[in-house]
Design a binder for this molecule. Structure first.
Ligand code: NAD
Ligand code: ZN
Length: 357
């Protein structure tokens, strides 16, 4: 098995992201030597699909939480604490999160807070988790009043990305993850962008170079979070496409879009503003549009009002002292922060991607 190792610097201790086909079933390669026991956390669809691969590690000890974003709440964390106590997980113990971003965020938050913090292994099973959520140490849950409002920074001991497990991932989920892959190309790597552009078959989890593509994304995320673990500044480049993307998700009560799909719209809008400001060449904007279009149709936005989306942008939790830093594309592979993006520019961009006035 070809194995790529990426180092991430972290306040607590550096950790590794491992990428390789077949890795999930080779726990010896990633399971920390431990004495305090081990609890695997997963959800039913993931466990059905990949449980057999990690079962040898988990034995009968897996704790299943319900599937989906609705499980990402404090009540689930409470259930996990109880399961940890029942299984006598002590301070030397390890929580192994096997799943997508939801399992990683909830189990990660439980690991961050149980006994003031126990070790966490992230076995990322969705493309989004492999290229984004499992790397960087952010964990947390939603409140009824909003997404990700409670959380912590809790760096994992190791992140395991096995592209083989993506074969069972629903196609729409795979595609949603690809939009985040495109984001990395736009913000940091023209090479990655062009590699995606040349490869119409990159949609396939069996693609020979998928491990390399995942590793390229993890390397970019690792670089960014190593510089800025707690999101004081540089980490904000990862928010490219996310200001308007989040607004679209909120506007549709998180029901219409998979996160990546909303980000695809957000990237198109951010590219529009970048082109208008002459930071991005019109031809490069068209290349991004073509790439996103090639992945297939996105859920509709024509019934959504730009004014309503703008109001939500105004409440974005990532505002610092009332100012919104907007990430713009400076060519393909570079970004620029702008604190002065106007309501007029935002509305024009949202109209350009198809929202109504
Ligand atoms: N912590 C961070 O830095 C960070 C970053 C980005 C997103 N997130 C969070 O991640 C979450 C979204 O993650 P997601 O897109 O992975 O969603 P998810 O965890 O809900 O997974 C998507 C669906 O795919 C299924 N699935 C996952 N892996 C599978 C596999 N190998 N085979 C079959 N089915 C599989 C899941 O059961 C689920 O139904 C959101 O809550 C978001 O807030 C966190
Ligand atoms: Zn995202």
């Amino acid at each position: 098995m070809e194995l790529v190792t990426i180092e991430v610097r972290s306040e607590r201790a550096p950790y590794r992201v491992l990428v390789g086909r077949g890795l999930a079933s080779q726990a010896a390669a990633w399971l920390p030597a431990e004495a305090g026991g081990l609890v695997v956390v997963s959800c039913p669809p993931v466990w059905r699909a990949v449980g057999a691969r990690v079962r040898r590690v988990a034995g009968p000890k897996v704790v299943l939480i319900p599937d989906g974003e609705r499980a990402k709440k404090l009540a689930t964390v409470g259930k996990l604490y109880e399961a940890f106590v029942r299984r006598r997980l002590d301070r030397a113990g390890v929580v192994v999160a096997v799943g997508g971003g939801v399992v990683g965020d909830v189990a990660g938050f439980a690991a961050a807070t149980y006994l003031r913090g126990v070790r966490l292994v992230q076995v990322a099973t969705s493309l989004l988790a492999q290229v984004d959520s499992a790397v960087g140490g952010k964990v947390g849950v939603n409140l009824p009043s909003g997404k990700n409002l409670v959380g912590a920074f809790h760096a994992p001991s190791v992140v395991v990305c096995d592209p083989e497990v993506l074969r069972t991932l629903p196609r729409r989920e795979f595609r949603a993850g690809l939009y985040e892959v495109i984001k990395y190309g736009v913000i940091r790597s023209k090479e990655l962008f062009e590699r995606l552009e040349r490869r119409p078959d990159h949609l396939d989890p069996g693609a020979a170079d998928l491990p390399e593509i995942i590793a390229a994304c993890c390397r970019i995320k690792a670089d960014v979070v190593s510089e800025d673990e707690r999101e004081a500044g540089p980490r904000r480049v990862l928010n490219f496409g996310h200001t308007i993307g989040h607004a679209l998700e909120a506007l549709t009560a998180y029901r219409r879009f998979r996160h990546g799909e909303a980000i695809a719209y957000g990237m198109l809008a951010a590219a529009r503003i970048s082109t208008r400001r002459r930071l991005l060449a019109p031809d490069d904007e068209r290349r991004l549009q073509a790439m996103i279009a090639a992945l297939g149709p996105l859920p509709p936005v024509a019934d959504l009002r730009a004014g309503d989306a703008l109001e939500i942008v105004g409440r974005d939790k990532k505002r610092v002292r009332g100012r919104l830093t907007f990430v713009l594309a400076r060519g393909l592979g570079d970004t620029e922060m702008a604190a002065d993006v106007s309501a007029t520019e935002l509305i024009a961009a949202m109209r350009a991607i198809g929202l109504k006035p």
